[in-house]
Design a protein around this ligand. Structure first.
Ligand code: FPP
Length: 231
């Protein structure tokens, strides 16, 4: 099972507590650890976090810098633990626009964990689904061996950042907003969506278990006729 998170509401959480926005991000980072623990215990093998959208680069420079430092610190702090727990780490997005130090930290951790298959942690950084599709199409067209007339989704998917990941089964968005905001648009064609009003820094084990329970009660038809009504 693949669960993807749109971690929203860090700024509003901070505001509600009379704190600067970066405190919301800092606390938001600590939630990731809790979520990973629940996922591992619940037998969820793939977890993806939308940490920074391409659009987020237009935020004030101080906030962008704070977030970039936070990402790098996170990778350095938990790199060893991730290896010990046999977690395959990936980052998806246009990584070449990220600060060099962060790119290097990503590359190092991604390479040193690439052989693990017990659990898969993916972080979307400078990610936007539309630019992912444009970039994928460009690369596909550069490949002269591609038979465009008979192209299948499976062929096309190989050009996406998410090529080695299964489709997300469940997408959870916090903070009450009910939209995908350019996140995994094609991969989430059949994903179940779960929205909670809780701000990301307050998201916790109980909330995650509730979302998993809610997902478990849904009937996933994937465009097919329900077996029960078909009998
Ligand atoms: C959205 O809240 C959150 C972000 C843009 C940043 C998400 C980053 C983290 C949770 C930090 C940790 C991540 C990693 C991978 C270590 P917002 O700032 O848009 O909140 P608002 O909508 O209330 O202003």
């Amino acid at each position: 099972m693949h669960v993807a998170f749109i971690m929203d509401g860090n700024g509003r959480w901070a505001q509600a507590h009379g704190l600067p926005r970066h405190e919301g991000h800092r606390r938001g980072a600590s939630v990731i650890k809790k979520v990973l623990r629940v996922a591992e215990k619940s037998g969820i093998k793939y977890v993806t976090f939308f940490a920074f959208s391409s659009e987020n680069f237009s935020r004030p420079e101080s906030e962008v810098n704070f977030l970039m430092n936070l990402f790098e610190k996170f990778l350095k702090k938990y790199g060893k633990t991730l290896c010990e727990r046999e977690v395959h780490f990936r980052a998806i997005g246009n990584l070449s626009q990220l600060p060099l130090n962060l790119q290097l930290a990503i590359e190092k951790l991604a390479q040193s964990t690439a052989h693990f298959d017990k659990f898969h942690l993916t972080v979307a950084l400078n990610y936007g689904a539309r630019s992912e599709v444009i970039q994928a199409t460009g690369n596909l067209l550069k490949n002269k061996d591609v038979d465009v007339e008979n192209l299948t989704w499976e062929d096309f998917e190989q050009y996406l950042y998410t090529k080695d990941l299964p489709d997300p089964d469940l997408i959870i968005r916090t903070s009450g907003e009910q939209r995908l905001s350019n996140f995994l648009l094609l991969k989430s064609a059949y994903a179940e969506l779960y929205f909670t009003k809780t701000y990301w820094p307050d998201f916790n084990e109980e909330e995650f278990l509730l979302a998993i329970e809610d997902y478990g009660a849904r009937e996933r038809r994937m465009g097919k006729i329900n077996d029960k009504t078909n009998n």
